[in-house]
Design a protein around this ligand. Structure first.
Ligand SMILES: Nc1ncnc2c1ncn2[C@@H]1O[C@H](COP(=O)(O)OP(=O)(O)OP(=O)(O)O)[C@@H](O)[C@H]1O
Length: 227
């Protein structure tokens, strides 16, 4: 599969606060992520990992610079277009699964597909396939509270890729799990990412998991550096 630059940041600045209390998180940050690449984002707490993921996911605006998703510059795009890009091109996984508690595992995975306009039957078929792929097909009818932490996180991963995005952004996706479960869930995540050829940027404090990814990047002095 030919590689495409799915995410690109050029000269990105992001700061919080103003005047004397300004906190500069990113300053002239550049970064590229290609399809098929799984990249670890490993940096100390508070250096801006979540900020970077929010910017890349078009959930926040940079103060300067440009963010391209699949070649399209995002500055100045109307909110509807940003939302459409988020829905179709980007999947998110968080530390805590954020599944909808009143819906089953299957329904949670159907939801983004139906919002994107897919008929219910097709959404259910795809959701069932993803659950099987994550080896939790037998838990399809269970609500999040009836699932283990590792199972919940696998449902969240399946939901994130349900609309076949180009880019997966994960913020400590295994941070809430014991090491053995974390390793198992990460394996499932990695297999899914590799099989679908999407680009993934995964923030983690877990060096063992980071070692298994293609590259590691960190945030240092407001820049994104390889290490
Ligand atoms: N909306 C905001 N307003 C003000 N400061 C913020 C805001 N969001 C984040 N920050 C600050 O920016 C810095 C970077 O935050 P961020 O959440 O990106 O760090 P992180 O590397 O993801 O940390 P952790 O590993 O602890 O999750 C922190 O000092 C945080 O307090």
């Amino acid at each position: 599969m030919p590689r495409k630059t799915v995410l690109k940041l050029t000269g990105v600045d992001r700061h919080y606060g103003q005047g004397d209390t300004v906190l500069s998180i990113l300053k002239g940050a550049n970064f590229e992520l290609n399809s098929g690449e799984v990249v670890a984002l490993v940096a100390p707490s508070g250096t801006g990992k979540s900020t970077l993921l929010h910017l890349a996911g078009l959930l926040e605006h940079p103060d300067a610079g440009e963010i391209y998703i699949n070649g399209e510059p995002s500055n100045g795009l109307p909110d509807e277009r940003r939302t459409a890009i988020r829905r179709t091109d980007i999947g998110f996984v968080y530390q805590f699964h954020h599944l909808l508690p009143e819906f089953s595992a299957l329904e949670n995975i159907m939801m983004p597909q139906m919002i994107a306009g897919l008929p219910k039957k097709e959404a259910a078929e795809r959701a069932a396939q993803l659950l099987d792929y994550m080896r939790i097909g037998h838990r399809a009818g269970h609500r999040p509270a009836e699932l283990s932490g590792g199972e919940q996180q696998r449902v969240a991963i399946a939901r994130a890729v349900a609309n076949a995005p180009l880019l997966l952004l994960a913020d400590e996706p295994t941070g809430n799990l014991d090491p053995e479960t974390a390793s198992y869930v990460f394996e499932a995540l990695e297999a899914l990412v590799r099989q679908s050829g999407l680009a993934a940027l995964i923030a983690t404090h877990n060096h063992d998991l980071a070692d298994r990814m293609d590259r590691r990047v960190t945030i240092e002095g407001g820049k994104i550096r390889e290490f």
